[in-house]
Design a protein around this ligand. Structure first.
Ligand code: CMP
Length: 138
């Protein structure tokens, strides 16, 4: 079993897509180990996306990520990292496959509805960013 971090971003929360996205996650057989709604400060967003520091989209991405509440979840499944990325679809919603979350709810390069960890090391960092061990109760 593998764990990954999933975020429902401010754009998807704002259009009330949270319930539909969680439904798709559960229908695909992920266990939700932990979940919270929160709003990031600029400092926390910049730290979370530290790997993108210096890229042209870094400032816009952080401004967007603090623009409203997000939902953070820890998902568990066999090969959860890839399975969640498959369910999300391509980063650019215009290139996302039919039936993926980004295809259905994305509206811009930043506003792509959801985030997922891209590797086991990133998943470990991102999970501990939002949740303590004690909060992984699901
Ligand atoms: P996410 O999976 O959260 O990881 C980084 C985010 O940066 C990405 O989704 C997009 O929302 C955003 N982003 C904006 N522009 C780009 C770009 N040119 N390439 C990759 N990610 C981008």
């Amino acid at each position: 079993m593998q764990k990954t971090l999933a975020l429902i971003k401010p754009d998807a929360v704002a259009i009330n897509a949270t319930g539909e996205i969680i439904k798709r996650i559960q229908t695909k057989g992920f266990r939700i180990k932990a979940m919270k709604m929160t709003r990031l400060s600029l400092e926390i967003a910049e730290d979370f996306y530290d790997v993108h520091k210096g890229k042209p989209f870094y400032d816009d991405l952080n401004s967007f990520m603090i623009s409203g509440p997000i939902v953070a979840m820890v998902l568990e499944k066999e090969n959860a990292i890839k399975a969640w990325r498959d369910l999300m679809g391509a980063t650019n919603f215009k290139e996302a496959a039919e039936g993926t979350i980004r295809k259905d709810f994305g509206s811009a390069m930043e506003k792509n509805a959801v985030h997922g960890s891209d590797a086991p090391e990133t998943a470990a960092r991102e999970i501990s960013f939002f949740f303590s061990k004690m909060e992984l109760v699901g």
